[in-house]
Structures are given as structure tokens and as C-alpha cells.
Design a protein around this ligand. Structure first.
Ligand code: 5GP
Ligand code: ZN
Length: 121
């Protein structure tokens, strides 16, 4: 697929509307259009990266930044675990179709606001 047809690149450029929660030079975070929990945010790199399966050494910084941004957003939304480590949220990368990846632009799911089960389906 051509990068110019990538829906998340279009979201980054504002060609497809989205409900943003955070943006900087490296990442953009916005609400998932089809939330699986009361909070479902996607954190994506501004740069087009297909997924974890195509990460290069030069991408290590942006992936680390995605986790830090996820942590900050989760805190802002009141999802962070308390001192007894109750509450919490889940951070997920789906890697490849069998794992559930349907959009081939790297994205970190931040999911929370309900009790979650393990193992995932
Ligand atoms: P994946 O299945 O690839 O791990 O996750 C892709 C996610 O992107 C899904 O949760 C899906 O609901 C979300 N998504 C797909 N298209 C759009 C869109 O146009 N806007 C938004 N906000 N989310 C989208
Ligand atoms: Zn893209």
C-alpha cells in the first residue's frame, strides 16, 4: 500500500478528522473511532512506520516516547494505578493480521476504564 493512502498518515495531516488528545513533533494521540473500553486512545508516530515488524534501530526513541506519552495520558485521564496498584490500563501493539493488526501504521493502543481479562482473545 502506498504511504499516501495510509489512513493514519491522513489523520496526522488532518485529511481525516480525529479527536486529538496530544501532539508533539514525534507523536500524535487520538481517540479510537471504535472504542473497546470507556477509554481507548491510539498513540502513533508522525513518521509512517508499518508496525513493530518493521522497526529500525533509528525508531527506538520514538517507540520509547510513545510509551511515555501513553503514561502521561493515562495519568491525565485518571487511569493510573493507585498506591495499592489498583486501577490500571492496558498498552497493546498488535503485530500482523493474526494478532489483530488492521491498520499498517504503527500504533499503541491505550485501553482503560474497565476491568480486563487475561489472556486476551
Ligand atoms: P489494529 O486493529 O490495527 O490494532 O487497530 C487499529 C485501530 O484503528 C482500531 O481499533 C480501529 O478502530 C481504529 N481506526 C481505524 N480507522 C480509524 C479512523 O479512521 N479513525 C480512528 N480514530 N480510529 C480508527
Ligand atoms: Zn501511515
Amino acid at each position: 500500500m502506498d504511504i499516501k493512502d495510509c489512513i493514519f498518515c491522513k489523520i496526522v495531516r488532518g485529511e481525516i478528522p480525529s479527536k486529538g488528545v496530544y501532539r508533539d513533533d514525534l507523536v500524535y494521540a487520538f481517540h479510537d473511532i471504535n472504542p473497546v473500553a470507556p477509554t481507548h486512545i491510539l498513540i502513533i508516530p508522525i513518521k509512517h512506520i508499518v508496525g513493530v515488524q518493521s522497526l529500525e534501530p533509528e525508531d527506538e526513541c520514538v517507540v520509547g516516547h510513545m510509551f511515555y506519552v501513553a503514561r502521561r495520558i493515562a495519568e491525565d485521564l485518571g487511569l493510573a494505578p493507585d498506591e495499592d496498584l489498583n486501577r490500571g490500563y492496558r498498552l497493546v501493539f498488535n503485530v500482523g493480521r493474526d494478532a489483530g493488526q488492521s491498520v499498517f501504521h504503527l500504533h499503541l493502543h491505550l485501553i482503560g476504564g474497565r476491568r480486563m481479562s487475561w489472556p486476551p482473545g
